[in-house]
Design a protein around this ligand. Structure first.
Ligand code: AVJ
Ligand code: FE
Length: 441
């Protein structure tokens, strides 16, 4: 968490921005200029758009708004405005070519490093605790995850490598964990770099429920497929049934059946689907249908956060399942350190006080909840980060994937997407309401 002195905050800002840029460089230097400017899927931007958009957001917030400097290249703002141009149309824009995009982003960064040394880190919500720098480090890391998704969609040989994640073992683990009824504190008013939608902290009264100890695995999901899950309308929300009918969907994205076995494409390689790994690349509709088939349901967002943060001993909500300390490689699979989720039962040191595993890292977890503001929400510092997405079209995902950086991951962090989306690193776990008397306090 840091001691909050100006020197510590400046160092943390520099380190967070540097880590993000190192990752951006990795994701944009392992493919050639053709691959950087190509559109690998209409769902995604060309990688070179993300690269210059990262620099442009950094320029707008840190050089213009925080430091009061004039625009370096005002004519490009509109090209990199995500709201003006949907992803599918971005290849037709007058994009900076790769070399120019790189030098623009690094020019901005050079000036930002000077700004960090001279602006006060107090005096308003944008400056306090270096929030603006933390927000921009998170923004870059979020686009790095987006670019990792583009790499997954890209055809051709693997461009990225990483060691495998640690082994996992579910032997002796209970299938689910009881979370007792009672109030808990959801959201935060104290986490310095928490984004607007995570605020403010507020009490929620949550009835007792049971939640899976680990995310749903490929092996379990295959049973749903083999049981005819994709051809039985009973399990599906009407819009989900329409989607799988229209597009002929019968398995998670990137899976294919060959010679009686399920294979999946992963970053350019093909491998048998690993049974013990959390299922990945499923839509909210697929997660919802699986849960119904299993006689369960998706957890609500508040159930997920209580399972992840509630400490029954102190009654307090922790920053992370394991406590208040920042993530480490022993606690969670984050930051593209590995290019896949770890098998279920991994990361015992990342368990929550109640014993729930792998809540942080591995796979984003769909919840049943719509993306809505918390009571007392105030848009900050711009309405287009969260507020324009409230309203019920988007479902909340929690916990972060192997492709999420620690700086952009907390017990309070909220992600969202449309329920049809499956190119994201999404999985889920299931829950059920506890029976009467089964967990009242
Ligand atoms: C919070 C991941 C949904 O990528 O669309 C990036 C993050 N906002 N630039 C996204 C974001 C503006 C956002 N998500
Ligand atoms: Fe962005």
């Amino acid at each position: 968490a840091g001691d909050g002195t100006a020197g510590t905050l400046r160092l943390r800002a520099v380190e967070s921005l540097t880590a993000a840029r190192d990752r951006t460089a990795l994701l944009t230097s392992c493919v050639d200029d053709h691959d950087l400017t190509a559109q690998h899927s209409p769902l995604m931007s060309p990688l070179v758009w993300d690269l210059a958009h990262i620099g442009n957001q950094e320029e707008q917030w840190l050089l213009r708004t925080v430091a009061g400097l004039a625009a370096l290249r005002p004519e490009i703002d509109s090209v990199y405005d995500a709201f003006e141009h949907p992803r599918a149309s971005r290849p037709t824009l007058p994009l900076l070519p790769p070399a120019e995009a790189r030098s623009y982003a690094s020019d901005v960064r050079g000036r930002v490093l000077d700004v960090i040394e001279r602006v006060p880190l107090h005096g308003g919500p944008l400056l306090d605790a270096g929030f603006a720098f933390g927000m921009i480090a998170q923004h870059e890391q979020q686009h790095d995850e987006t670019m990792l998704i583009t790499h997954q969609l890209r055809r051709g040989p693997t461009a990225l490598t990483a060691p495998p994640p640690p082994a996992g073992d579910t032997t002796g683990l209970p299938a689910d964990v009881l979370v007792p009824a009672g109030p808990f504190t959801m959201g935060t008013s104290t986490e310095p770099w928490a984004l607007d939608n995570e605020r403010p902290a507020h009490q929620r009264l949550v009835p007792a429920f049971r939640i899976d100890t680990v995310p749903v695995t490929n092996g379990a999901y295959q049973q749903f497929i083999e049981d005819g899950g994709y051809t039985d309308e009973r399990w599906w929300a009407p819009e989900g049934w329409a989607q799988i009918r229209e597009h002929g969907i019968g398995a998670p994205l990137f899976w294919r059946r060959e010679g009686g076995q399920w294979l999946r494409r992963r970053f350019g390689a093909v491998e048998p689907v690993p049974a013990e790994e959390p299922v990945l690349h499923v839509s909210w509709y697929e997660a919802d249908a699986y849960a119904r088939w299993a006689g369960r349901r998706l957890p609500t967002e508040e159930e997920w956060e209580k399972a992840a943060r509630y400490d029954p001993v102190s009654g307090r909500s922790l920053r992370y399942p394991w406590g208040d300390d920042d993530p480490t490689p022993e606690r969670a699979n984050l930051g593209q350190r590995h290019l896949r989720p770890a098998p279920a039962g991994s990361y015992p040191r990342g368990a929550s006080p109640l014993g729930v595993r792998q809540l942080i890292g591995d796979v984003w977890e769909w919840t049943s909840s719509d993306f809505l503001p918390y009571p007392g929400f105030v848009a900050f510092p711009y309405r287009e980060y969260s507020e324009v997405f409230f309203g019920g079209a988007h479902k909340v995902l929690r916990g972060g994937s192997f492709g999420v950086a620690p700086v952009a991951c907390r017990g309070t962090f909220r992600n969202w997407d449309l329920p049809v989306r499956r190119q994201i690193f999404s999985g889920f776990r299931t829950a059920r309401t506890a029976a009467p008397g089964e967990g009242d306090t």
